[in-house]
Design a binder for this molecule. Structure first.
Ligand code: SF4
Length: 532
């Protein structure tokens, strides 16, 4: 496989070689109020704000919210800025975002870099009124698509995939349109032109569309915005509106409940009248297109989605990216992480006194390791939550103190003990060595590293920033030499099969939707041919 349009070393590059690990690329929110919701009862901009705060872990560089005041409006209201969501959206800014529907986005840059002009949602004026889009991911054939659209005389002012998507949607599909724009057909045409790796929300004046690529590589789910403080049975209560979110963790913050995920290749429409599944675009290799719109979001076409290659949902959403309380494929991320820890204890047991972790994302895996091994879980590191952004350290002393700035060792828990330190992943391996040193200095007798995911060896072309091949620890030394390389008594990773098993075990899916996971950065098997 070749990757003509991408950096052959993988990843979009990271600015700070001393700190950069794997990075997620964005969170999206869409929100529409029901027609029956009384005026002033729910403030859409504030709902989107709450959703974005819950998705902050997916991107911290910039954020934007755009709202629509309905069919008669000639423009959208838009506020954006750099930094964290809570710092950007002051009361004054939120008050300007009037309207009963809107999109929100929080960004970590991949395609397009950190240029503020790439902040999403992206907005254009079309012949049929304003159009806004926000996405998570990266179009795998973006360079070819950019060339194709510029060949048609359209100029692009940024490097952002969102601008490209917006421009592609501004154009009528090849099959043409009658009097009005057919947004379902336009989106379908976009999906057919680019098979992965994105989730997308699109707003025109009175509707929002949520889309997952046919491989379902990036997550997107649908929720109901519910009245607060009433009975628990959603079916008995009238929703106040509907929402899209990259992760279901945002629904709790917004007072919404999870309906289901958007299926791979599906186009779902939210309007003041409810939720409609418009279409499911099959994964490539299928010839007969399917394009009948149907109204019931659970009434899906099995024939379409059961054929073709399997989906390729990013397995690192489970390992690392998603918030532990989010639900994918019917299971909570926390439970998967705990099963990864259990499986790791089965595959690579170690004679030790305590199990611990680097706070906080690997805590469920460490607890799983502890439950399976019967060795107690005890905290050994205290994290400074106010350490702020990491900068390139200019001198050796500062570099050596970088880990100590972030973590303090709990020496009374460590003294004379053999410690198993569970981490969720090791990317460059630049922090694990200093942490081991810190634990030894605080009295640990032995330090064994157990990694609750397999070795990262390959670049990601699907929107996740992974350092270059040569920088990945697993490519620097043979596995048997890694322990001494980082200063550990032993080091072991979870196997790829073990990770798959931990993920598959709890999947609960309705309607026989097929499942499948991308593991390309672990095994080099990319879901699509990368020659574009
Ligand atoms: S290559 Fe790795 S990080 Fe990228 S989408 Fe696949 S599993 Fe996720």
């Amino acid at each position: 496989m070749a990757a003509s349009s991408k950096n052959p070393e993988g990843g979009a590059g990271v600015d700070d070689p001393s700190t950069a690990e794997m990075r997620e690329a964005c969170g999206v929110i869409g929100c529409v109020l029901a027609r029956s919701t009384p005026d002033g009862m729910v403030n859409v901009a504030r709902m989107i704000y709450l959703g974005l705060v819950a998705l902050q872990h997916r991107g911290q560089e910039s954020a934007g919210i755009v709202t629509s005041e309905g069919p008669a409006s000639t423009h959208f209201n838009y506020q954006k800025g750099d930094g964290l969501v809570a710092a950007i959206f002051t009361d004054e800014k939120l008050n300007k975002l009037k309207g009963d529907m809107g999109l929100g986005h929080t960004r970590y840059s991949t395609a397009g870099g950190r240029d503020p002009t790439n902040t999403q949602p992206f907005m254009v004026h079309t012949r049929h009124g304003p159009l806004a889009t926000a996405h998570n991911g990266e179009l795998i054939n973006a360079m070819a698509l950019r060339k194709a659209i510029m060949d048609r005389g359209v100029g692009l002012s940024t490097l952002s995939d969102s601008e490209l998507i917006t421009q592609m949607l501004s154009q009528a599909p090849p099959r043409g349109e009658k009097a009005k724009p057919d947004w379902g057909a336009r989106i379908r045409h976009l999906i057919e032109a680019t098979p992965t790796a994105y989730s997308l929300v699109v707003m025109q004046e009175d509707k929002i569309y949520g889309v997952r690529d046919p491989f379902g590589n990036r997550p997107l789910c649908i929720g109901r915005l519910m009245p607060l403080g009433t009975a628990n049975d959603d079916e008995q209560r009238k929703p106040l509106g509907w929402v899209f979110s990259s992760e279901s963790c945002a629904f709790q913050s917004m007072g919404a409940t999870l309906m289901r995920e958007v299926y791979p290749g599906e186009i779902v429409e939210l309007s003041p009248d409810g939720v409609r599944s418009l279409d499911i675009v099959p994964r490539p290799k299928r010839t007969a297109p399917h394009s009948n719109a149907h109204g019931d979001p659970d009434d899906i076409d099995h024939e379409t989605i059961l054929l073709g290659p399997p989906p390729a949902f990013c397995i690192f959403e489970y390992v690392y990216f998603a918030r532990a309380d989010s639900v994918f494929e019917g299971q909570q991320v926390y439970s998967v992480r705990q099963r990864c820890g259990r499986q790791l204890a089965i595959e690579s047991p170690v004679d030790a006194d305590i199990i611990s972790t680097v706070p906080e994302s690997a805590t469920p895996a460490a607890l799983g390791f502890s439950l399976e091994s019967g060795i107690p879980y005890i905290e050994v590191l205290c994290k400074n939550r106010y350490v702020g952004r990491s900068f390139i350290q200019p001198d050796t002393r500062s570099r050596k103190l970088a880990v100590a700035k972030k973590f303090g060792a709990l020496s009374e828990n460590l003294m004379g003990r053999r410690v198993v330190l569970v981490d969720d992943s090791i990317v460059r391996g630049t922090t694990v060595g200093p942490i081991i040193q810190l634990l030894r200095q605080a009295g640990a007798k032995e330090v064994h590293i157990r990694v609750a995911s397999p070795p990262l060896k390959h670049p990601c072309y699907m929107g996740i920033n992974i350092p270059t091949r040569g920088e990945l620890l697993a490519n620097q030394k043979p596995l048997e030499e890694l322990a001494s390389h980082v200063g550990a008594d032993s080091l072991a990773y979870l196997s790829i099969e073990g990770l798959r098993k931990a993920v598959r075990q709890g999947i609960v899916l309705k309607n026989n939707i097929p499942t499948g996971h991308c593991t390309a950065c672990l095994d080099g098997n990319y879901p699509v041919n990368l020659e574009w």
